[in-house]
Ligand binder design. Structure first.
Ligand code: SAM
Ligand code: SF4
Length: 346
C-alpha cells in the first residue's frame, strides 16, 4: 500500500512520493542491519571479544518486514540488508523472500552486503527472491592475510560463495577497505582480479567507529594516495556512473572495468546522502557518523495500526543532520562515534 500522493517513474511504475529531509534531500534508501553478530572479527570493524545483543532484544523477522514495508510506503525504493553478517541471522531468507515480493511495486531494488562466508548455500535463493546485485567484502586475495584481517575467516569459502553467486546470475561488486601496509600493494592485483571476472571494485577509507584493539590512525590510508599510486600503472578516467551510493567511480582503461572510491571522512559524501540506517533492534540512525537516533520499536509495538509508525518515521527524518561528525576524540583517544560498524552495517 503506497502513500496517498503517489508518483510514477520513467518506466511507469508507481512509488510513494519520497520523504524530504530539512536539507532538501529525498530519503529513498534504507540500510537494515539484520543482526549485530558475525562469523568474522575483522580487525578494523570489531574487537575479538565482542559482546553482542541478547537475542531477545532483536526485532523478529516479521517485525523487520513490517518496518521495511512502512519505509517502502513512505517512498523508500532501495533496501540493502547488512549486519553484522546478514546471512548468519537464522531464517534470514524469510525476510528476503517477503521483501522480494515488493520489488516492482514500490521497491526498485533489494540488495545485500555480505562477507561471503555463507553465500555458496544462499546465492541461488537470493536470486530467486529477486536480488540481482550483491556486495561482497574482500580485503585481500592472500588466504593467510585474509585469515589475519578477518581473524576467523576462510578465504576458500568466500571464493566458493563468489563462484556460486556468479553462477546464480547475481552481479557482484567487491568492497575492500584500504589499509595502510596491509593491502595497499595488492590493489593492482585486486583490480585485475575483480575486473577480470566482470566485477566492479570499490575501495573504502577506514572510519573511526567503535573501540577496537588497534589504533586506527595506523591503518588509515587516504584514497588520494591510493589513486595516485594506481595512476602510475593504470589510466583512470572519472565517469558519471551512479549506484545510489556515495562512491565516485573511474573507468580503468587497461581492464575496461569500474573502480569506486568511498571517502566517508570528506563532506561531499553527505551532500547527496539519500539514506537512513535501521538496526536490528528498531533504532533508526539518520546519519552513519552521528549519534542521534530514533526508537521505532516503541511505535512498532504500540499498535498494529501503522499510523504511529509512519509518524515516528516522519519525525525522525526531520532530524536528519546535514553531515557527519567523524573526528577522533583525541583528548581521550577514542572514536567520536562509539558504536561499531556492525550495529548500523556501514
Ligand atoms: N558483514 C558484512 C560485510 O562485511 O560485508 C556486512 C557488514 S560490514 C559492517 C559492511 C562493510 O563495512 C564491509 O565492507 C566492511 O569492510 C566495512 N567496514 C566495517 N568496519 C569499517 C570501518 N571501521 N571503516 C570502514 N569500513 C568498515
Ligand atoms: Fe563481520 Fe563484516 Fe564486520 Fe568483518 S566487516 S567483522 S565480516 S560485520
Amino acid at each position: 500500500m503506497l502513500n496517498a500522493v503517489d508518483i510514477q517513474d520513467q518506466e511507469g511504475r508507481e512509488h510513494a512520493a519520497p520523504m524530504i529531509d530539512p536539507f532538501g534531500r529525498a530519503v529513498t534508501y534504507l540500510r537494515v542491519s539484520v543482526t549485530d553478530r558475525c562469523d568474522f572479527r575483522c580487525t578494523y570493524c570489531m574487537a575479538e571479544n565482542m559482546t553482542f545483543l541478547p537475542k531477545k532484544d532483536l526485532l523478529t523477522l516479521e517485525e523487520l518486514d513490517r518496518l521495511c514495508s512502512a519505509f517502502i510506503a513512505k517512498g523508500v525504493r532501495k533496501i540493502r540488508l547488512t549486519g553484522g553478517e546478514p546471512l548468519v541471522r537464522k531464517n534470514i531468507m524469510y525476510l528476503v523472500r517477503q521483501l522480494g515480493k515488493q520489488i516492482g511495486s514500490g521497491l526498485d531494488e533489494l540488495t545485500i552486503t555480505t562477507n561471503g562466508s555463507q553465500l555458496a548455500r544462499h546465492a541461488q535463493e537470493l536470486y530467486d527472491c529477486g536480488v540481482r546485485r550483491i556486495n561482497v567484502s574482500l580485503d585481500t586475495l592472500d588466504p593467510d592475510k585474509f585469515r589475519r584481517i578477518t581473524r576467523w575467516g576462510d578465504f576458500a569459502k568466500v571464493m566458493e560463495g563468489i563462484d556460486a553467486a556468479e553462477k546464480a546470475g547475481l552481479k557482484i561488486k567487491l568492497n575492500a577497505v584500504a589499509l595502510k601496509d596491509f593491502n595497499e600493494a595488492e590493489m593492482p592485483a585486486m583490480l585485475r582480479f575483480a575486473h577480470g571476472r566482470g566485477m566492479d571494485l570499490t575501495v573504502i577509507e577506514t572510519m573511526p567507529m567503535g573501540e577496537i584493539e588497534e589504533d586506527r590512525t595506523d591503518q588509515y590510508l587516504p584514497l588520494s594516495k591510493l589513486r595516485a599510486d594506481l595512476e602510475a600503472q593504470f589510466t583512470l578516467t572519472d565517469i558519471d556512473y551512479q549506484t545510489g551510493g556515495p562512491a565516485r567511480y573511474v573507468r580503468v582503461a587497461e581492464t575496461g572495468g569500474r573502480l569506486g572510491f568511498i571517502t566517508p571522512l570528506t563532506h561531499n559524501f553527505c551532500e547527496s546522502c539519500n539514506r537512513v540506517r535501521l538496526t536490528c533492534t528498531g533504532t533508526l540512525y539518520m546519519c552513519l557518523g552521528q549519534n542521534d537516533a530514533a526508537d521505532l520499536r516503541a511505535a512498532l509495538r504500540a499498535t498494529e495500526d501503522d499510523g504511529l509508525l509512519h509518524a515516528a518515521i516522519d519525525e525522525a527524518i526531520t532530524r536528519k543532520p546535514k553531515g557527519h561528525d567523524f573526528i577522533i576524540d583525541r583528548t581521550h583517544n577514542r572514536p567520536a562515534v562509539a558504536r561499531h560498524m556492525n550495529v548500523t552495517g556501514g
